[in-house]
Each structure stands twice: as C-alpha cells, then as structure tokens.
Write a protein that binds this ligand. Structure first.
Ligand code: 3PG
Length: 306
C-alpha cells in the first residue's frame, strides 16, 4: 500500500513527520510531493499510489485517469471543492475531508485581519475597537463557531445565518440566529464569510448585500474567492467609501478599479488561514489515520462522495 502526500502548499515539517510515522506504522509506503509547480509532476507521482493526502490541490478526471491503483483521496481540511467528486465516484475512489481540524487557525486569522484593519494597519492613526460591534457569521459550521467563541471574548455581539444547522446549535453557542443572509448584512458592522463554494453560493456575495451594510461595514472572507461577485464588490466599495473588504484570498482582478480601493481592500498574498503547525498537525494526522482506518477497518465516516 502506498500513501502519497501531495501538497503545493506544504504542511509544517512536524506534520509531515507525523503523517509519515502513521503511514509507516501501518506497514505502508510513504511518498511526498511538495511545492510542485507543474501538474505533470502530480500525474507522475500518482501513477502507483493507493491513497493521496491533499490540501487545496486540484484533483480532477485527469489525475484519476493517471492513478489506476487509487482507492482514497483525503483532503486534509474542510472544503473539498478542489476535488471532482463525480470523477472520483466514476473511478471508484472514496473522497474524505477532515472537518473541524483546522478551524481554530482560520478563526484566529479572521481576528488577525480584522484588528489589522480596524487599527488602520498600525499606521498610528486612531482606529476603532471591536468590543460592542455586531458580528454576522454567514454559515455556522466549525470555523464560524470558533469565530463566535473568540468574538464573545472580545465583547462583540454575534449573530449568524445558516440554513442547514438546527436552531439549538445557535442557542448552545449563545449566538442569535437570523433568518436570511440579507438580514445579516443589513444588521452587522462586520460580516465574516464561511460558506463553501457550491453552484448555489458562487458569486452570491453581491453588490446589493454589500450596499445594505451599516456605515463603516467590513466584510471578512476566509472562505473561498468564487463566492464573491468581484465586479459587484468593487462597484459597491467604489460607491460606498466607508466599506472595507479583507480577505485570505486575493481578488482575481488587478485593474485600476482595484487600485482605487487603496487601504479599504486587504488580502493575504497566499491563502494562509489553515497555515499553522497546529492545524497542519490536526488535519494531516487525521487524514493519515482516516486512510489507515479505511484500509484496515473499512471506515468511511468522513466520505463526501457517498
Ligand atoms: C479548508 O478548506 O480546510 C481551508 O480552506 C484550508 O485550505 P488549505 O489546506 O489549502 O490551506
């Protein structure tokens, strides 16, 4: 049995070591492909493997065609929009994720970026505080539940919208449930996005929602880039010069309009929400254990292409 870790954005070395130990202890062969620049390198590396651990790496039909021995792909992380699930199912490959394992890291980055923003990038000018401000969470899964916990520590008022989560979960976390995304944007000083990228959510964060925000509104995106209607976002920010957009994902556009946003738009140079040693260890080791559990005991608990 051969297990490949294929990550364009590498895990922390301590996590790679932990994965290797789990794989070898199970009696399997371990292979590592990090920072690959060309898809051809991935296609070559998968040709004799039975399992792959990935992050945001794109696994499409071509990858499955080049991996005749492949039985399982584990996305060490939450979002699996980078894996072609239909192609996986067609090729008889089980796909899993590791929900919750990197969520605190992403939640902490929300506040790293928020504090940087409300304190004017630490430029010395008087900024504002988060205490007493109203935070809206769009979705209420693992990451936003951690965001809510931290926000409460900062004295923020927290509300959330999620059409898939039972009402008692909001109550358990002391978070006010709102009925629509529109309500969230209209009511909240800060809206933090946590929806996955699906056909329904793509480009759903639009100009109308942004323009409905209170004065000084801030949108934080640690989810996915394609949930944003970029043209609508840029137009809204140009029309309302009090609004700000901070993101763990760079806008695809780099034109004059984006330049005009100046300090009201900030993005990390690389998606780094889950890029902590702790998150890499949690997600990477969970992925390795899920592979061993799948081969040894047929456990498919976190399968996402059932
Ligand atoms: C996730 O879906 O788990 C996060 O977006 C992290 O993605 P990454 O592993 O590519 O950093």
């Amino acid at each position: 049995m051969k297990v490949l870790v294929a990550t364009q954005k590498p895990f922390a070395p301590v996590a790679v070591k932990g994965i290797e130990e789990i794989v070898k202890k199970a009696g399997y062969e371990f292979a590592l492909l990090e920072k690959y620049a060309e898809k051809a390198e991935l296609l070559e590396a998968v040709k004799d493997v039975n399992a792959i651990i990935i992050r945001s790496d794109k696994i499409d039909e071509e990858v499955f065609e080049h991996a005749p021995e492949l039985k399982i792909v584990v996305r060490a992380g939450a979002g699996f929009d980078n894996v072609d699930l239909a192609a996986a199912t067609k090729h008889g490959v089980v796909v899993m994720n590791t929900p919750g394992q990197n969520s605190n890291a992403v939640a902490e980055l929300v506040f790293g970026m928020l504090l940087y923003t409300v304190r004017n990038r630490f430029n010395g000018k008087a900024g504002t505080e988060l205490m007493g401000k109203k935070l809206g969470l769009l979705a209420f899964g693992n990451v936003p539940q951690n965001v809510a916990r931290i926000a409460k520590g900062l004295g923020m008022e927290v509300c959330a919208f999620d059409g898939y989560i039972p009402a008692e979960v909001f109550t358990q976390h002391g978070v006010k449930q709102v009925n629509t995304p529109a309500e969230l944007f209209k009511e909240c000083d800060v809206v933090s996005l946590h929806i996955p990228s699906t056909p329904e959510t793509r480009r759903s964060i639009n100009k109308e929602l942004l323009l409905s925000m209170p004065k000084g509104g801030i949108v934080v995106n640690t989810a996915r880039q394609d949930i944003i209607d970029e043209d609508g976002l840029i137009e809204a920010l140009l029309e309302r010069t009090d609004l700000r957009y901070v993101s763990d994902l760079m806008l695809e556009k780099h034109d004059e309009a984006v330049d005009k946003l100046g300090d009201r738009y900030f993005a990390t140079p690389k998606k780094m929400g889950a890029q902590t040693a702790e998150a890499n260890i949690n997600a990477g080791l969970a992925a390795a254990n899920q592979i061993v559990g799948f081969f040894k005991d047929g456990i498919t608990k976190f399968q996402v292409n059932k």
